[in-house]
Design a protein around this ligand. Structure first.
Ligand SMILES: Nc1ncnc2c1ncn2[C@@H]1O[C@H](COP(=O)(O)OP(=O)(O)OP(=O)(O)O)[C@@H](O)[C@H]1O
Ligand SMILES: [Mg+2]
Length: 381
């Protein structure tokens, strides 16, 4: 299964990025479903396109597959420009949310389909089907029809069918969306294992940020047809580049601030009637903001501490406790600061036991991210 991409057959090179998208635009009328997207993904990487409904994830994926014709830009797979190639000639396969298996064909015939299109020999196809059924842990269902399989089994067959022709890229458009939560979790792990074992490049689409965080090597966060940020899950969580990304990935306290002063490596922010000093390095945008600029201080709930006494330099807000939710060993608190900001914090249960009604919320300046305030963004969680 781990054999390299057959560069000779596919006219692609293993040393090139698996996919390179250059300034891709897809217009429907005058609406840009994909708006000048550029993206590079190395071979063997699990990359996820994540974003709200309508942000252009499927359109981007369909442009790579050849089911949508780009208005401008280029799609290059393994160094080969496929922008204008017919879908079935591309070294890519797609897996859909509704499986799209051929109902009148057996599982084996479904899996063999792509290999037959490529004119492989009967013996090679039979061997490939066997390998694929083994890969998805369903060695004995080859003669069954899709309607006689469960949703999870059908999705595994769809995966096997897509992988059988040995594509350079596997495109997966919300492949787990139709499964119930428990099965979905199991399939997430299985999909990830199959990706690791085959060493294939997966481009996976979801609007579920937890799914994206748990499965991906890289996440591209999309909004309104554009990629707002791309990076490893931890990087996107810790260093969101924009207020939108901060709010979309995980929970975040988003605290409005104005830049009061800048020096070489520290920033003074005016927040809720106080001055907060934070390292300039915690500004996640590329440029250092100017004095007077409107910013948002992003604080993850788990980085909020509740303590009357803290460390020198802590950022502090005094708040009233509104609500609590037990999450096993931890407690989630909803609070309102003296200035009226809604805040969330997650603390250990033992810390929570001693809470007064009014508390000091502290966080370390090293744990916050500073992003530009954007119009239309929520300022509270
Ligand atoms: N064939 C089409 N004709 C016209 N507009 C389209 C077409 N396909 C998509 N769009 C529009 O392009 C935008 C992006 O759609 P797309 O399906 O790519 O979003 P998405 O991110 O996949 O959303 P979802 O999470 O709901 O699947 C939407 O505004 C949609 O209405
Ligand atoms: Mg979609």
């Amino acid at each position: 299964m781990n054999k390299p991409v057959r560069a000779k057959d596919l006219n692609v090179s293993q040393s090139q990025p698996a996919i390179e998208i250059r300034n891709l635009v897809k217009l429907y009328g005058d609406h840009a479903a994909v708006d000048d997207v550029s993206l590079n993904v190395d071979m063997g990487v699990f990359v996820t396109l994540l974003g709200p409904s309508g942000c252009g994830k499927s359109t981007l994926l369909r442009s790579i597959a050849g089911f949508a014709k780009p208005t401008r830009g280029a799609v290059i797979v393994g160094g080969r420009d496929i922008t204008h190639e017919l879908p079935y000639r591309r070294p890519v396969s797609m897996v859909f949310q509704d499986y799209a298996l051929f109902p009148h064909m057996t599982v084996r015939q479904n899996i063999a389909f792509g290999c037959e299109m490529k004119g492989q020999t009967k013996a090679a196809i039979a061997e490939r089907c066997r390998q694929m059924l083994e890969l998805i842990h369903l060695p004995d269902v080859g003669d069954r029809y899709p309607a006689h399989l469960s949703g999870g089994q059908q999705q595994r067959i769809a995966l096997a069918r897509a992988l059988a022709p040995d594509p350079v890229l596997l495109l997966l458009d919300e492949p787990l969306g139709a499964l119930d939560l428990k099965l979905r979790r199991r399939m997430q792990q299985e999909l990830k294992q199959i990706q690791r074992r085959t060493g294939k490049t997966f481009v996976f689409v979801t609007h579920d940020q937890e799914e994206a965080m748990s499965m991906s090597d890289r996440i591209a966060v999309m909004r309104d047809g554009r990629i707002e940020q791309i990076g490893a899950p931890e990087q996107i969580y810790r260093n969101p580049a924009t207020a939108f990304v901060a709010g979309f990935i995980g929970d975040a306290n988003m605290i409005e601030a104005r830049v009061a002063a800048t020096d070489r490596d520290m920033l003074t922010l005016h927040v809720a009637g106080q001055n907060w000093r934070v390292p300039a390095a915690r500004v996640t945008a590329e440029t250092t903001p100017e004095v007077g600029a409107s910013m948002v201080v992003v604080v993850r709930p788990e980085d909020m501490r509740i303590a009357d006494h803290g460390r020198e330099g802590d950022l502090v807000l005094t708040a009233r406790l509104d609500d609590r939710t037990f999450l096993g060993g931890r407690v989630r608190l909803a609070l309102t600061s003296n200035e009226g900001l809604s805040l969330v914090a997650e603390v250990r249960q033992q810390d929570f036991a001693q809470l007064a009604e009014r508390v000091e919320m502290r966080c370390s300046p090293a744990d916050v991210a500073i992003v530009a305030a954007a119009e239309g963004n929520r300022t509270n969680p």
